[in-house]
Design a protein around this ligand. Structure first.
Ligand code: UDP
Ligand code: MG
Length: 316
């Protein structure tokens, strides 16, 4: 029986990169020993990515395209690709050539040894990424490590090979604020890594805007940690204790001295501080409730508008 591989590539406005990506990917795929499908997930691109993918799919029957009805985000694109994949091993990688396709055979050869179900490719260097991106990434991962038990490999990104068992398990988790790296770690299985040199984007700019980065970080933290909620409780206790002592002090000076009138400064400071802290803790609670609300609605994680290359009855 031949082995089947799936390569999953989320695409958002990557028109300029796609031809070069395909050229390099094709060389790698031609050298693989099994049957390979390349699933491109067009995450509501506004440029010509979909047309380019359509043209490529005409040339190469191994290419399949899923196209979303709008931009659902990188994590949903990965999820959809995995949902539609059928390979014994699935490789998830970025479509901007920051993850070199040439690493795939290495990932596969480690997988074939049969010891590991998850092989992530970690970059030695983050080439072509600016200071801001590197610093925020480092901060986020160290915060994640402190806040939750989930161990997320620091330099791994989403470039990894997953065994079919892992993909099936992952696809059964349908929570809607998805932080795929955290979910994969939560699943367990045996993991190892292969290192490669991080490369600069082939063309265009990062598709992770500041807004998307903040959303990604919040999803990561809130779906794997209760610590921020506990922070609210801790702060509450801390301020109650301080308040208790201050109240005792205030009563005593009222009873035993005549200095009670000029308390305005301390009053306003206390009110402002407490007001601020209450709003912050309410906000933290709100973040969690909002996510619970989203999960309760049970909406589909993404909506597919067009499919190319999937079996006839599935195409639309
Ligand atoms: N991407 C996506 N949907 C989005 C944002 C990004 O499918 O809303 C894709 C993008 O096309 C790329 C991958 O996700 O293939 C990683 O995005 P990007 O390179 O912009 O992120 P960075 O490498 O800067 O973290
Ligand atoms: Mg990138």
């Amino acid at each position: 029986m031949t082995i089947k591989y799936s390569i999953i590539l989320p695409v958002y406005n990557e028109e300029e990169t796609l031809p070069e990506l395909y050229r390099r990917l094709k060389q790698v795929v031609d050298g693989l020993d099994g049957q390979t499908e390349m699933i491109f997930v067009n995450d509501g691109s506004q440029d010509g990515s979909f047309q380019t993918l359509g043209d490529l799919a005409k040339q190469d029957k191994r290419i399949k395209v899923l196209s979303f009805s709008r931009n659902f985000g990188h994590q949903m694109a990965i999820t959809a690709g995995l949902d539609y994949s059928s390979g014994d091993a699935c490789v998830v990688m970025d479509a901007d050539l920051q993850n070199p396709p040439e690493v795939i055979p290495e990932l596969i050869s480690v997988w074939k040894q049969g010891e590991y179900e998850i092989i992530y490719a970690s970059r030695d260097r983050r080439e072509g990424e600016n200071w801001f991106k590197k610093t925020t990434a480092r901060l986020f991962y160290s915060l994640m490590q402190k806040l939750s038990k989930t161990k997320i490999p620091i330099n791994a990104g989403d470039f990894r090979l997953l065994d079919r068992k892992v993909v099936d398990a992952l696809c059964s988790l349908r929570e809607c604020h998805r932080f795929v790296r955290g979910l994969i770690d939560w699943l367990g299985f045996a993991q190892t890594s292969v290192s490669y040199e991080g490369q600069a984007r082939f063309a265009g700019e990062t598709k992770y805007s500041l807004y998307k980065m903040v959303k990604f970080a919040l999803d990561g933290i809130t779906s794997f940690s209760y610590r921020p909620l506990q922070l609210a409780t801790c702060l509450g206790f801390l301020f109650s204790i301080a308040g208790f002592f201050y109240a005792a002090y205030a009563i005593s000076i009222n009873l035993f001295t005549d200095k009670t009138v000029h308390g305005w400064t301390s009053l306003i400071v206390t009110v402002l501080l407490l007001g601020g802290i209450q709003l912050i803790t309410l906000g933290i609670i709100g973040e969690y409730i909002g996510r619970i609300f989203d999960d309760v609605k049970q909406r589909p994680l993404y909506v597919v508008r067009k499919k190319i290359g999937f079996p006839e009855e599935e195409n639309s």
